[in-house]
Design a protein around this ligand. Structure first.
Ligand SMILES: NC(=O)c1ccc[n+]([C@@H]2O[C@H](COP(=O)([O-])OP(=O)(O)OC[C@H]3O[C@@H](n4cnc5c(N)ncnc54)[C@H](O)[C@@H]3O)[C@@H](O)[C@H]2O)c1
Ligand SMILES: [Zn+2]
Length: 372
């Protein structure tokens, strides 16, 4: 469905269907659309960070006020270290103090950290209230805001406490990316590359050809990558919301990625950068096991590397990374589950990948990730 440059992509999940609106200027139009979605709602509780609110809150607020919705802000520091239960508890306390009830509508305006926290708050506040995702990072727009996974970190690892709670709508305004620091933008591009490898060979080829335009945030190129990535994720989530089968494919790069994030203490690597290392590691494993043609593996490695220079890996040995893989919740019993590339736009889930192959790939990782 297309109108005035706004495209609606539908997620049709078992728990309900919801629209993902994609187009320039949507921040300003969000209020009117939400009002139509929830005609009886008068107050919108927006979870955001002070910085993001300063940058984009005004625009959201203008349109929302004009639509007759009152905006109330709940601000949080959106460092990854703050993605924890204490933050959810504090925000829930604020909701109580302001009289939010079961019929209240929440919104997450920010990146994945704000989205995951606000989503978990919405999942648990009074046993669940409706919420809207308004992602302002590329990671958020192509990945974290879609699919209904919400949660916070525990000392022992990422996203260990959470819930599936799909939003009632997702608002994707590519203009919000204009203020995104370059490093964050590139971190998001790695998730776009992930989607291409997992299920969209056309997107993969587009990125190979048009990466400079994408990195220059050319609006037309941005629109292509947003729509293709969102379309792919919407299709996968619609078929497998609770990650029993197909959705696992989206964890390509995340097995090693999550381990690196945890070992680096959330400071060293951005989520997308950790996923980039994870995709390189998984591709090396697949190549070692002879499960992907060598030229395909080479193209995947080249595309990941061409996004930019990655910050150094946390200073840990391959053996330590390997051990951390078993602390991750995505293992099954003691068998390591890896999503491995098979071709462009095609991956497979392999359990029981031999330790030797993983360790060898991890040893190769620093050299294979270097752009020089
Ligand atoms: N729920 C899911 O399915 C899912 C999927 C992928 C990632 N995640 C989670 O998302 C988190 C990472 O999210 P992220 O990469 O969006 O990073 P983030 O939320 O940490 O945001 C990155 C930085 O960019 C700033 N920022 C955000 N939008 C901005 C804008 N428009 N202009 C300027 N600055 C802006 C933020 O304040 C922050 O400093 C991780 O916690 C990860 O686990 C969740
Ligand atoms: Zn991710």
């Amino acid at each position: 469905m297309k109108r005035a440059g706004i495209t609606t992509v539908w997620v049709r999940a078992p728990s309900g269907r919801y629209p993902v609106w994609v187009g320039s200027g949507l921040l300003r139009d969000a209020g009117r659309r939400l009002r139509r979605l929830r005609p009886r709602c008068r107050r919108l509780f927006v979870v955001s960070s002070p910085r993001i609110w300063r940058l984009w809150g005004g625009e959201l607020q203008r349109g929302t006020r004009a639509a007759g919705l009152r905006v109330e802000t709940l601000l949080m520091n959106d460092r990854e270290a703050n993605k924890r239960l204490a933050t959810v508890e504090r925000l829930a306390g604020e909701l109580v103090a302001r009289g939010a009830d079961r019929g209240s509508l929440l919104a997450a305006l920010g990146g994945g950290v704000v989205g995951d926290v606000a989503g978990f708050l919405a999942a648990s506040y009074m046993r669940g209230v409706d919420y809207v995702q308004i992602p302002t990072t590329l990671v958020g727009q192509v990945d974290s805001a879609l699919g209904g996974k919400t949660g916070v970190n525990l000392g022992g690892g990422k996203n260990l406490l959470g819930a599936f709670h799909p939003p009632v709508a997702v608002v994707v305004d590519p203009r919000a990316l204009a203020s995104l620091p370059d490093r964050e933008f590139r971190a998001g591009l790695y998730e776009v590359v992930k989607g291409a490898v997992v299920g969209d060979a056309t997107l993969f080829r587009f990125l190979e050809k048009r990466l400079p335009a994408v990195l220059g945030r050319n609006q037309a190129a941005l629109r292509v990558i947003l729509l293709r990535s969102i379309g792919l994720k919407a299709r996968i989530v619609s078929r497998d919301e609770r990650e029993q089968g197909r959705r696992r494919a989206l964890n390509f790069g995340h097995t090693v990625g999550h381990a690196l994030e945890t070992l680096g203490g959330y400071r060293g690597l951005r989520h997308g950068e950790a996923v980039a290392y994870g995709m390189i590691a998984a591709t090396l494993v697949a190549a070692r096991l002879g499960r992907v043609p060598a030229p395909t593996a080479a193209r995947i490695l080249a595309l990941v590397r061409s996004v930019g220079r990655l910050p150094p890996l946390p200073r840990v040995s391959p053996a330590e990374i390997y051990r951390q893989l078993f602390a991750d919740k995505k293992k099954q019993g003691a068998r390591l589950v890896f999503v491995l590339p098979r071709g462009l736009g095609r991956v497979e889930t392999v359990s029981g990948v031999p330790r030797a192959a993983v360790l060898a790939a991890l040893r190769e990782l620093p050299a294979a990730s270097s752009t020089r």
